[in-house]
Ligand binder design. Structure first.
Ligand code: DGJ
Length: 823
């Protein structure tokens, strides 16, 4: 990390001497800012305290407190969830709510952390069971608890039967995120059926004016952000598809009083770590209380628990931010890298990859891939990935899935020559697999037709000409693990792109007893996770991407095994602005793969410059998926420069704090994001104009997340015309160097006459063409920007601003890179 910072600071500083001085002074100033901060900092661990007298648990972590207690009915009652309380704040012993009337008894109006269906419950239960004698009543009471470090466990038991529930709470010291789960244990002497098991219920503070944000989508149109006022009644976000799905993503965020401010206001949010069918219910009950209950989907659910067995729910993560929805996503991003993804807390930065899919589709062979690999290496790609088509009799999506041998016609000597070639070019090698699927036209299906999900004697519905293997079956699990293990043993593979291109149908499992068949919803996902875990343990160097025909399997469950995810098959750089914006509400740019592909785009025939496509993808983890065989020398030169630039900024983009300065949502013509380095010394700003109408000037941009009382400078301008891609604008300069660097860099600016102010209405750059923008005037105004930044009372908020000159519209790219000035 430090080494990277060193590289970063030495990059593009005008003169070595000054560069070193700049680095040195930056660190001096930085330390000066950090040390006092540390002195007053909260302890870097989560605190859990139990008061014997009041029977109140208090969990404090980062800037969040969560308080729960055992009331007079021995129920676990939520008392508080929100901004961290002060040490002196205390809570009286909890008492259940008396209820509203004879129609809504206490159990419905008391804010319970976890409640079973029984005793006249009408709100969403966390647990529902059926006993063999037909009894379906379950009333849970506190039995005991343990506290170990950041971990609280509470044991509950039914009032008469030996059904126990173990609730878990784990607090993350860095972010205040709480991980919650539940385990139901059958300690009776007879089987019972669990018909619903949620991980947790989150109770928000009593009140009204709450607003829900959630994500929806469809194939190639994922990550749409929706907002709605929470009204009496219930909203269910769910997937019944067997996997996470893109129709809804298992994430929610709720704020109060409807302020659209990205950085201020209370936000409660959460995400479910489950890659099977799931549901999150957001309910405003009759007492105007908001409950959020999440876990595996209850539809068609029924898990038979034999005596002595238990069923563990997935993890449901919840967080609180008082820094608005932007603060909520930044907390989640940090949490994903500190607690979720493989190698947390210090996962590797994503390498720049090339993927062959859009270039060759199924037409992969040794010579063709080697030619692409050479071209990819020439622009600085670090990982070369062969996509679909390399195995079995796979020449289209009609055949081959399930037969994981290397196709001998396409690769007569196996994959080794290609892998060696890729290595010799300085890249590592990645391979596409779709392990959970089978084509009916495959040797595997001919041999094991019983291995797929099916109901006996019923049709087997295909999706993309393929069927779902039933991964819940031990033999299928073993087959999938073995073929992947063999592939990784026999080939030097650094990366697997794990795809999944359809959803479930006919989810039958005829090989087991009828009463056990619905276990498939749980056992399938557990086996998926166990294969991934076993592979990672055995091949620790191998990285994995979760892809599902796009962004259909992105969740905090699979992300524990996946270094990166694929948000969408829609690779149009303009559509991606919206897709990526929605994605980052829940997931970090550092896991979000974004490819530069061909123009016009296959998605919508939109034509975009190569620079625009790069800039869009550089907001996440950069990949290239274009057909390099069609590129001209100029394209390679442009791409090489942009890949180089990306490598310089990727740590900030992938690990920094994301601020949405102007959201592309709601038909906005603009999109501006800012990524601030964790030390707040540097920031990268991406700004896009798209679908411009009527030549309105670009709105003023206010930077956020920078240090108060600190001066930052911009890179030099390229005057008088806007540059095509603004390469030079990555150059970082200190205040004292602005003139000098400006002079140095100006000759290097490639200005695009077609996009000059005088020709901006030309056919080459019509204003309606989506385009990244650059304004040289923004940078000629650098001094006034700096003086804005210096104003202490603007700290944290509107630290800087500039006006878009009314008479200036260009169609080139802007990258502003600000650096803290050390004086
Ligand atoms: C769907 C993926 O999202 C694509 O990137 C590609 O890998 C195809 N599957 C291959 O079949």
């Amino acid at each position: 990390m430090r080494q990277r910072s060193g590289d970063y600071f030495s990059f593009a500083v005008g003169k070595p001497g000054r560069g070193l001085r700049s680095v040195f002074l930056s660190w001096v100033v930085l330390l000066g800012l950090i040390l006092p901060a540390l002195a007053g900092a909260q302890p870097n661990r989560a605190l859990i305290h139990f008061d014997d007298q009041t029977r109140v648990f208090r969990i404090d972590a980062a800037d969040m407190s969560y308080v729960l207690g055992i009331n007079e009915n021995k129920q676990v009652q939520t008392l508080y969830w929100g901004k961290r309380l002060s040490a002196g704040d205390t809570f009286a012993a909890p008492h259940s709510d008396p209820g509203l009337s004879s129609f809504d008894s206490s159990i419905n109006t008391t804010r319970l952390d976890f409640v079973a269906w029984g005793g006249g419950l009408y709100v969403e239960p966390d647990l529902k069971v059926t006993f063999p004698d037909g009894n379906r009543d379950l009333v849970l009471q506190y039995v005991s608890h343990t506290i170990e470090g950041d971990h609280l466990t509470i044991l509950l038991k039914d009032i008469s039967r030996d059904v126990y529930v173990r609730l878990e709470y784990q607090a993350d010291a860095g972010t205040g995120m709480l991980r919650r789960s539940a385990q139901v244990q059958n300690r009776t002497s007879a089987p019972l059926v669990v018909e619903q098991i949620a991980s947790a219920t989150w109770n928000l503070p009593r009140g009204s004016d709450y607003r829900l944000r959630y994500l929806t989508g469809r194939w190639a149109g994922e990550w749409n952000l929706h907002e709605q006022l929470i009204q009496p009644g219930k909203t269910i976000l769910e997937s019944r598809r067997g996997s996470t799905g893109e129709q809804n993503n298992p994430w929610f965020a709720i704020d109060q009083n409807g302020s659209n401010d990205q950085d201020h206001g209370d936000v409660w949010f959460g995400a479910l770590g489950w890659s099977g069918s799931w549901q999150i219910s957001i309910e405003q009950d009759e007492a105007q209380q908001i409950r959020v209950t999440g876990g595996p989907n209850t539809f068609d659910f029924g898990y038979r628990l034999a005596p002595g067995e238990h069923l563990q729910s997935p993890d449901f993560y919840g967080g609180y931010s008082h820094e608005g929805i932007g603060g909520a996503s930044r907390l989640l991003h940090r949490f994903e890298f500190s607690s979720i993804v493989p190698h947390a807390t210090n996962p590797k930065l994503r390498p720049v990859l090339y993927n062959s899919w859009e270039a060759t589709e199924f037409r992969v062979d040794e010579a063709g891939q080697e030619a692409l690999a050479e071209k990819a290496a020439s622009i600085g790609v670090e990982r070369f990935v062969v996509d679909d088509g390399w195995f079995g009799q796979r020449s289209s999506d009609h055949a081959g899935l399930g037969d994981w041998y290397v196709n001998p016609v396409k690769f007569p000597h196996g994959l080794k020559p290609l892998i060696d070639k890729v290595h010799s070019l300085g890249m590592d090698f990645g391979l596409w697999v779709e392990p959970e699927m089978v084509n009916p036209d495959s040797d595997l299906y001919r041999k094991h037709p019983d291995w797929v999900l099916n109901f006996t004697g019923r049709p087997r519905s295909e999706g993309r000409n393929q069927l779902m293997l039933n991964l819940a079956r031990p033999d299928v699990r073993e087959y999938v693990f073995q073929f992947l293990d063999k592939l990784l043993n026999e080939n030097d593979i650094a990366f697997l792109k794990w795809d999944y291109n359809r959803n479930w149908s006919e989810p039958g499992w005829p090989a087991v007893a009828p009463e056990d068949q619905k276990r498939v919803y749980v056992d399938y996902v557990h086996n998926l996770y166990s294969i991934l875990a076993q592979l990672r343990a055995k091949h620790p160097r191998v990285e994995i991407e979760s892809c599902s025909g796009g962004g259909s399997r992105v969740d905090l469950g699979v992300m524990r095994y996946a270094d990166q995810v694929w948000p969408s098959d829609n690779t149009d750089a303009f559509d991606r602005l919206l897709i990526q914006d929605g994605f980052t509400y829940a997931y970090a740019p550092g896991v979000m793969m974004a490819w530069v592909t061909d123009s016009p785009s296959w998605v919508n025939q939109r034509t975009l410059s190569l620079e625009y496509r790069f800039l869009s993808s550089m907001q996440g983890s950069l990949g290239i998926g274009a057909n390099l065989n069609n590129w001209k020398p100029g394209d390679f030169a442009t791409a090489k420069k942009m890949v180089e630039q990306y490598k310089q900024i990727r740590e900030i983009v992938q690990r920094g704090s994301l601020y949405r300065l102007i959201s592309p949502q709601n038909g906005s013509e603009h999109s501006v994001t800012e990524s601030v380095s964790n030390d707040q010394d540097s920031a990268v700003i991406f700004a896009f104009l798209h679908s411009s109408q009527m030549l309105y000037p670009f709105p003023r941009i206010y930077f956020r997340g920078l240090k108060p009382d600190t001066m930052y400078a911009f890179p030099p301008p390229c005057h008088p015309l806007a540059p095509i891609a603004g390469f030079h604008s990555f150059a970082k300069v200190t205040l004292g160097q602005i003139q000098e660097s400006r002079e140095e860099s100006s000759p290097r600016c490639r200005c695009n006459p077609a996009c000059s102010p005088s020709t901006r209405k030309s056919a080459i750059c019509p204003p309606s063409t989506p385009s990244a923008y650059f304004s040289d005037d923004d940078f000629t105004g650098a001094h006034s920007v700096i003086s804005h930044l210096g104003e202490p009372h603007h700290a944290h908020r509107h630290l800087a601003g500039w006006s878009w000159p009314g008479d200036f519209v260009t169609l080139a790219a802007l990258h502003a890179w600000s650096e803290k000035i050390s004086e």
